[in-house]
Design a protein around this ligand. Sequence first.
Ligand SMILES: [Ca+2]
Ligand SMILES: [Ca+2]
Ligand SMILES: [Ca+2]
Length: 186
Amino acid sequence: MDSSEYERKTAARFASFDQDGNGYIDREDFSAAAAALLAEFGTTARCDRGQALYTGAEAFWQGMAGIADVDGDQRVSREEFVTGAVKRLGDSPQRFAEIARPFLRAVIAVAAEEDGSGVAPQAAARALRVLGVAEDTARDVATALDADGDGLISEEEILSAFARYYCTAAGPDGPAAPGTPAAPGA
Ligand SMILES: [Ca+2]
Ligand SMILES: [Ca+2]
Ligand SMILES: [Ca+2]
């Protein structure tokens, strides 16, 4: 992958966290994402699933800050994200997935089918749209998230796609193709 491709992917990753587009990733971005997801799925903040989503969002922010907020000002600049998060997480995609797991698990609980069997691709596309992903991309990503094609997206399918998207430094595809295996040594 050439450097402009790498920069484009990194910018897209940063933008996916900087929900309000103010140039920094901070706690507000995570709590706003949680609030938007609850609104989309008609879940209140006070119920168990709502609380879990906020708790997961806070843990995700703390984990992100622990990795990338080098100067400790409680926000992650683009430079901190590039030098801290992307490089360090590229060595350890599983670690990032673990940081994100409580949040992703809570999103799944909010978006899942009522029998708890998993998330339908349609619901996943709604969640992605709420998080700022363009409509067409959201549909494609949601479809691809169901890696085993059983019609539902499981926690493991989401976690592995997530780790690939955020932690793979090299690879020909962006978020539109999360089924792409990570390049060896990437
Ligand atoms: Ca922000
Ligand atoms: Ca900082
Ligand atoms: Ca599946």
